[in-house]
Ligand binder design. Structure first.
Ligand code: UN1
Length: 498
């Protein structure tokens, strides 16, 4: 068995044990005998110390020129690249996705480090002409202070990087509470930043559980900005608690992402895309394809192909190079997925493939479930409306594009959506009419790149976008500056009106 990491909180540049005196364990979800890490179980006192450290580090970090802050991120990108293999291994061990996907998680963080790092040399504001003579005006971005971040386990390196790196290049300092099922990857990311020259206290890590470590961070009066990715239920609480103190809160919550197939689509392409987006990451992406909405004429042949592919998928420990789909992240998630499979059955959907936990042999010590396909799903069924966060695909048959778009939009969420067709008019209609923050044409619902905005509409979020040029908006405050060099009082809206 590989090494067990024993990690204290990182506060003010030092590793310190939790004041609670308690720790918690993380075991490999593919093999519970493998103890991946032992972490501090933090409480409010630990959060207070971390916020104090971030607050103390803020004035000097804010003053460091943005291009210099960016250089640290660019150096960190190189370190991440050099350690990609080791960090991928850590990531697979802690949350289960296969090694090749874990590598993608690290690559996403490398991309973000390059993108955010180079933003240190842009961070554009605007200048505009004045209505008055001899007057100059401009707007510029300013950092805000200490940013609190609560990150999920499903992309433990990538999502931490989406939040942390733009916040840092803007000049903020950070306290992060990583998902308790995957804390090692946050330490790996921060290790690279520290070796690249990040001063002590600029990023602080507090590990633990939501109610005891997350909530004190959300409620801390010295944390004016909160960035949260996770469930809608917890997101609502973060939003409510943040609102009481008029905090800025960014939420990335659930999805129920549709993939629409028109009868002129290239079915080979559809087959590959659906298998990747429904069962990749064991369906545990907010962007996973969970509804396949297919035109009736091609439904039969497509279902045959998908069932054959789902049955052939190699499910196993993500550390084995041949594995295509890993375990679910923990026992609760396994129970939730199995419950939803029961719900689908009792609602009258047809279980065409999978549907059971995998037990015995190599599966004995992990949380494995078969890739599962339901057909005959009707849009009002719970399996067609609620986020399952597992490898369960619900197939709904329709007559037309109009019907497909109406069903696609008729859910609470709106993160990503996809359409497969060769009809350019249908493609443009989908781009405009699908209620989603991200739309794919002839590609599945997963695989967003970091230099375009990421986020969703309706219950998926609250209007913010991570990544892309929009990534700075949450982490900076606009300041407008007017310079009057006329030497006299010029009254705007009064002296410039005849
Ligand atoms: C998530 O599922 O929370 O677009 C993030 C994608 C990845 C990120 C997913 N780049 O699928």
């Amino acid at each position: 068995m590989a090494e067990t990491r024993r990690l204290h909180n990182l506060i003010g540049g030092k590793f310190v044990p939790s004041t609670t005196g308690r720790t918690f364990e993380r075991r490999n979800p593919a093999d519970q005998r493998d103890l991946v890490g032992i972490f501090a179980e933090s409480g409010a006192d630990d959060v207070n110390a971390a916020v104090a450290a971030a607050k103390a580090a803020y004035p000097a970090w804010r003053k460091l020129p943005a291009p210099r802050r960016g250089e640290i991120l660019l150096r960190a990108a190189e370190l991440l690249q050099a350690r990609k293999e080791r960090y991928s291994h850590d990531l697979t061990r802690e949350m289960g996705k296969p090694l090749f996907e874990a590598g993608g998680d690290i690559v996403e963080a490398i991309g973000m480090a390059q993108y955010a790092g180079s933003e240190g040399r842009r961070m554009h504001g605007v200048t505009t002409p004045s209505e008055l003579p001899n007057k100059f005006q401009m707007s510029m971005r300013q950092p805000i202070g200490v940013v609190g971040m609560i990150t999920p386990w499903n992309f433990p390196m990538a999502i931490a990087s989406w939040k942390m790196l733009p916040a840092l290049v803007c000049g903020n300092t950070v306290v992060i509470k990583p998902g308790e099922d995957a804390s090692v990857s946050t330490y790996n990311l921060v290790e690279c930043l520290v070796e690249a020259g990040l001063p002590p206290g600029v990023v602080n890590i507090v590990t633990g559980y939501g109610p005891t470590a997350g909530q004190p961070l959300v409620e801390h009066p010295d944390v004016p900005v909160l960035s949260f990715t996770g469930s809608t239920e917890v997101g609502r609480l973060v939003y409510e608690l943040g609102a009481r103190q008029i905090k800025r809160v960014s939420l990335e919550l659930g999805g129920k992402n549709p993939l629409i197939v028109m009868d002129d689509a290239d079915l080979d392409l559809v087959e590959q895309g659906v298998v990747w987006a429904a069962f990749g990451t064991t369906g545990q992406r907010c962007t996973a394809t969970s509804r396949l909405i297919v035109q009736r004429r091609v439904a039969g042949p497509l279902i045959e192909r998908l069932v054959a592919r789902a049955r052939a998928l190699r499910v196993g420990n993500g550390l084995h190079p041949a594995t295509e789909m890993g375990p679910l992240v923990n026992g609760d998630q396994l129970r939730r997925v199995l419950e939803y499979i029961e719900v689908g059955r009792s609602e009258g959907a047809i279980l065409r493939s999978g549907g059971a936990q995998l037990k015995g042999g190599d599966y004995e010590h992990g949380f494995f479930v078969q890739p599962t396909i339901f057909t005959g799903v009707r849009p009002e069924m719970r399996i067609a409306r609620e986020e399952i966060f597992g490898p369960v695909l619900s197939i709904i048959e329709v007559e037309s594009l109009d019907e497909a778009i109406a069903i696609a939009n008729d859910v609470a969420y709106g993160l990503s959506a996809a359409l497969y067709t060769r009809d350019i008019n249908a493609a443009y209609r989908a781009m405009h009419e699908l209620e989603a923050g991200i739309v794919y044409i002839n590609a599945p619902t997963i695989g967003a790149e970091i230099h375009l905005p990421f986020g969703g509409v309706k219950a998926t979020g609250n209007g913010h976008r991570e990544a892309g040029p929009t990534m700075l908006d949450l982490f900076s405050e606009w300041k407008s500056v007017y310079v009057d060099y006329s030497g006299s009082l010029q009254r705007a809206q009064i002296d410039n009106i005849d």
